[in-house]
Ligand binder design. Structure first.
Ligand SMILES: [Zn+2]
Length: 415
């Protein structure tokens, strides 16, 4: 792994800095000691002596992207069945997540929030340099009521639930215990099931998950631990409302979001993470159980009807893909899907950069190319604002830098 060079100027690029300002032709970013020191028109930069100059040949310079919803421990569509996953040793699940983390970074994602499955060890493996991957924030396990989205037992299974992805809790007392338990295990954020879901066998996406009082208990306890935020898996309308009223920071999926929820979310600043990548992934009828296949097809349609309205009305949107359910390494396809739902290409880029950083509570550190931010940088072929879909092909992500260290360099720009 190359050591961060003391001072590097990436120049002759189309600079899209993540602030939403006009793109700068012949833009440049000056990187020093892992941080952005300066960004703007190349001609205006006072370049320190000894700086390495890297000509990016007119391609786009963007902040590293942020995926607010991944599951590194889940296989993606390259289908392992639930039965295979259920019998797999935890160590193997963890080893399998290593290559996926590298693939995610190489797709242009320099920070990712894992909402179930990855634990603090995944985060620390990246921080220590043991594994190559995006900077991780982890939820450890999704909290879910019995029979809810985190309960993968079949209806005839009377054994207590034990799976790595979720932790079951019912009522205020158990919710208190469960949230404190994931915080104890090093969770950076908390994931809850506010509705049922597609892949859980005994519920429906419009069944309620946790009720409002349970959710409020969880958000209160998380907030009291250095302001940690709660992300709610919420697909059906009523559960979305329970979660927003309970004070969550983000609605994940939000497929049946309506005007009442939109009004509340606008008033409270709640984010929507629409995970269109998974909504747009067609289930494989040969591999998905018939009940899961039917739910998925129906809820894809629900999402296509409701998400554009939320975007049109200006709900804050952060990029999240649900990769792990969707295919790993295709994260930036989400930007194209957001544009299909009515967002501008610039709006989609912001959803994947500065808005996502806001949702993660890390806007002081990441999400834009401004002085003092971490040098998380993507060089992408051409002008993504004219062809947002191009970012979805990792081959168009030419260079990925995280904390000033280059991890991918297709055209050997930095050689
Ligand atoms: Zn998910």
């Amino acid at each position: 792994m190359p050591a961060p060079s003391t001072s590097v100027l990436l120049h002759n690029g189309l600079l899209i800095d993540g602030t939403g300002g006009e793109p700068v032709r012949d833009g440049a970013v000056l990187v020093q000691d892992g941080l952005v020191r300066w960004a703007g028109p190349t001609g205006e930069c006072s370049v320190p002596a000894g700086t390495r100059r890297i000509d990016v040949r007119g391609d786009a310079i963007l902040p590293g992207f942020i995926d607010c919803h991944v599951h590194m421990a889940a296989p993606g569509t390259s289908a392992l069945s639930h039965a295979e996953l259920a019998t797999m040793p935890h160590t193997l699940l963890t080893f399998l997540s290593g290559p996926r983390m590298k693939q995610t970074l190489e797709a242009g994602v320099t920070t990712a929030r894992d909402l179930g499955g990855a634990d603090a060890g995944h985060r620390r493996a990246v921080e220590s340099g043991l594994l190559v991957g995006p900077r991780l924030l982890v939820a450890v396990s999704m909290l879910s009521p019995t029979g809810g989205h985190g309960d993968f037992r079949a209806g005839n299974d009377r054994r207590p639930s034990a799976n790595g992805m979720a932790r079951l809790a019912d009522g205020i007392a158990e919710c208190r215990n469960a949230v404190r338990e994931v915080l104890r295990q090093g969770a950076d954020c908390v994931k809850i099931a506010a509705t049922g879901g597609v892949w859980s066998p005994t519920d429906q996406p419009d069944d309620d998950g946790f009720l409002e009082d349970e959710i409020r208990t969880i958000t209160q306890i998380a907030a009291g631990h250095r302001g940690k935020k709660v992300a709610a898996h919420a697909q059906g309308r009523d559960g979305i409302l329970n979660a927003v009223r309970g004070g969550v920071a983000s609605i994940e999926h939000g497929y049946e979001i309506d005007d009442e929820a939109i009004d509340l979310m606008l008033a409270q600043g709640t984010f929507l993470v629409p995970t269109l990548s998974t909504a747009n992934t067609d289930p494989d009828p040969a591999k998905a159980a018939p009940w899961a296949y039917a739910k998925k097809k129906h809820w894809q349609e629900v999402a296509r009807r409701h998400i554009p309205r939320a975007i049109e009305r200006g709900v804050r949107v952060a990029m999240g893909t649900d990769c792990g359910i969707a295919e790993h390494g295709t994260n930036l396809r989400e930007l194209g899907y957001l544009v299909e739902c009515g967002m501008t290409p610039m709006g989609a880029v912001l959803a994947g950069t500065s808005e996502a950083a806001e949702l993660l509570g890390r806007a002081g550190e990441i999400g834009t190319l401004e002085p003092g931010k971490r040098a998380d940088i993507v060089i992408a072929r051409g002008n993504p604002l004219e062809d947002i879909g191009s970012l979805g092909d990792p081959a168009n992500v030419l260079l990925v830098m995280k904390d000033g260290v280059t991890y991918k360099d297709t055209d050997t720009l930095t050689a």
